[in-house]
Design a protein around this ligand. Structure first.
Ligand code: 8YV
Length: 326
């Protein structure tokens, strides 16, 4: 009998059809919530789960006693109880690499848009308020030649740093758990303690994964170390930054602007002041959201689960459970 896969995020039709050739697929691509009894019934029989975004709890795993693999359509795995999955022998897979360049593009989009006040000034034109040539009150700041401080220098951090150094002649600083000698050679990047980086950078770009160690890594104290002319960009996870402290710092002019693709709560609550602040560019978590990259991520997630359920090593495993599936 075919193994069963439960999908809880929309996948391209062609990939679903491909999976259906070899597996029994329960497609809950537009599922509202995990309590849905039809979803729960499918979960009870599932060998594989494909999805992203929603927190997976131990309680949910208890409801899926046959589960061998979870294939996340994301690089970030903060939604999963990784140790618990490993303990239960469940293989977690994710989608690194295929989204690196697109997400780095988003990071640079936010650097450019905040520095040059692109959204605020596009609104001036849209409102029909462009009546005289733009004066000093609307000038932005240069990006080229400035100092870019990368908080996290993983794949995406490195891709942003490369854009900054090679495309914009920026000086690159980075804080990261381990040194990156190859990037130091390639880009002239220099490793700094986080506090030093915050004090020196014109642009602080957050790319670290969310974990117990990085939750609220950038809080009131850290924002206070930044220059008042500095710009914060966050494309990692909202919880890496203390949002209330960020709002205060932006209001008080303790930093110049923020470019945010991620928030403590997503979708952003309607009463959040962030989208209404002139010095904020807020995007709806679109880091990897291009046709090409979202397809590549779905493709990778499908390939990963196929391999695990066939007892083979997936292309991008995240954990290493001791019990390999039969
Ligand atoms: C996705 C992401 O939007 O890959 C990640 O970790 O944050 C984004 O690419 C998100 O995970 C939902 O798929």
């Amino acid at each position: 009998m075919n193994k069963r896969i439960v999908v809880y995020r929309p996948l391209p039709e062609a990939l679903l059809d491909e999976l259906k050739r070899d597996f029994h697929v329960d497609d809950f691509g537009h599922l509202e919530n995990f309590e849905d009894p039809v979803f729960r019934a499918a979960l009870a029989e599932a060998h594989g789960l494909i999805g992203a975004g929603r927190p997976i709890t131990a309680e949910l795993l208890d409801a899926a006693p046959r589960l061998e693999a979870i294939s996340s359509v994301s690089v970030g795995v903060d939604a999963y109880p990784v140790e618990e999955l490993t303990r239960r022998g469940i293989q977690l897979c994710h989608t690194p690499d295929v989204l690196t360049e697109t997400t780095a593009d988003t990071g640079f989009l936010l650097i450019m848009a905040t520095a040059r006040r692109a959204v605020e000034l596009a609104d001036v034109v849209r409102r029909g308020d462009w009546q005289a040539s733009i004066g000093g009150a609307h000038y932005g700041s240069d990006v080229h030649g400035k100092t870019l401080g990368m908080v996290g220098m993983g794949r995406i951090g490195a891709a942003i740093a490369r854009r900054g150094a090679l495309g914009f002649g920026m000086r690159i600083l980075y804080s990261n758990a381990s040194p990156k000698p190859a990037l130091e050679d390639e880009l002239g990047a220099r490793r700094r303690e986080l506090d030093e980086l915050l004090a020196e950078a014109d642009f602080v770009c957050v790319t670290v994964p969310l974990s117990a160690e990085t939750e609220r890594l950038i809080g009131e104290r850290e924002l206070g170390l930044m220059r008042d002319s500095a710009i914060l960009v966050n494309i990692a996870r909202g919880k890496v930054v203390d949002e209330a402290a960020l709002i205060e710092a932006l209001k008080a002019g303790r930093i110049r602007a923020a470019g945010l693709d991620v928030f403590e709560r997503e979708p952003l609550p309607a009463d959040s002041p962030l989208p209404h602040m002139a010095n904020v560019v807020a995007l709806p978590h679109i880091g990897s959201a291009t046709h090409e990259t979202r397809y590549a991520m779905a493709r990778r997630a499908v390939d990963n689960i196929r391999l695990v359920l066939a007892g083979k090593r997936p292309l991008s495993p995240f954990n290493a459970p001791a019990r390999t599936p039969a």
